[in-house]
Design a protein around this ligand. Structure first.
Ligand code: MN
Length: 254
């Protein structure tokens, strides 16, 4: 590790400790920067800590009708997502994970676990977050306050952000997710992951704390949109819960 990197890492840890966070982080000088980041992360964002059980859907199956049809929502929540929750608990028991702890701890070290844990742990986390990222349709749905300002500062405009995020979802080949996330330097970023990976995972190409998640697996839209993923994404903007996205950002930045 270069001197410069060591210094910035120490400075990060010292800042984290000053805030009463990240106890026990960074005791090993050989630990990579990201490891310190990940552990600090899950403490910092305890409000959003994700358990292993599936939480109730925050609306009815027909709550987002016109954007996501009732049957898709019912199958997606009660079959696909329910299976990820069941399977990640099975994997956790088999691999000796304490399921009273947050799933984030496991995801940040997912390279140490099985493929079953990676696929189902990611699948459970991503869907729990995805449901919260949506709410009933509103007119003129757009971010406000600090989130609006941060998006404007980072991407130039809300429209430019939407374009980049939409492209991330459209261009993800096969199954995966589009993300708005905040990286270790507290910059907003847009990206995508394959399958059920997410930015919390140590194996992910994009790393940070996710703020907004979009499922672009065919099971998320095929009954209503068939092959037209772009139409699904365009409509989806109408039901984004910007208050939730903002809460995630504010909590992370504190
Ligand atoms: Mn899904």
């Amino acid at each position: 590790m270069s001197k410069q990197k060591t210094t910035s890492r120490r400075s990060f840890i010292s800042k984290s400790l000053k805030g009463g966070l990240a106890i026990g982080v960074g005791l090993s000088a050989a630990a990579p920067l990201l490891q310190a980041f990940s552990v600090a992360d899950s403490n910092t964002v305890s409000q959003f800590k994700t358990g292993f059980d599936q939480q109730p859907l925050p609306y009815k199956y027909d709550g987002l009708e016109n954007v996501i049809d009732t049957m898709t929502m019912e199958i997606h929540y009660s079959k696909h997502a329910a299976a990820y929750s069941k399977n990640v608990k099975d994997a956790a028991i088999a691999e000796g994970v304490d399921i009273t702890l947050g799933l984030e701890e496991v995801l940040s070290k997912i390279s140490k676990y099985t493929v079953k844990m990676r696929n189902n742990g990611g699948g459970h986390y991503n869907h729990e977050m995805f449901w919260q990222c949506m709410r009933a349709k509103q007119t003129g749905n757009a971010p406000t306050g600090n989130l609006q300002a941060a998006i404007g500062k980072t991407f130039g405009s809300f429209d430019e952000f939407k374009k980049q995020f939409t492209d991330a979802g459209k261009n993800r080949f096969g199954s995966g997710w589009a993300w708005l996330y905040i990286d270790k330097d507290k910059n907003l970023k847009v990206g995508s992951t394959a399958n059920q990976d997410n930015p919390l995972m140590d194996v992910s190409d994009i790393k940070g704390f996710p703020l907004l998640a979009l499922d672009v697996w065919e099971h998320a839209y095929y009954l209503k949109y068939q092959n037209k993923r772009a139409d699904y994404i365009e409509n989806w903007w109408n039901v984004v819960n910007w208050d939730y996205v903002q809460q995630r950002m504010e909590t992370y930045k504190m």
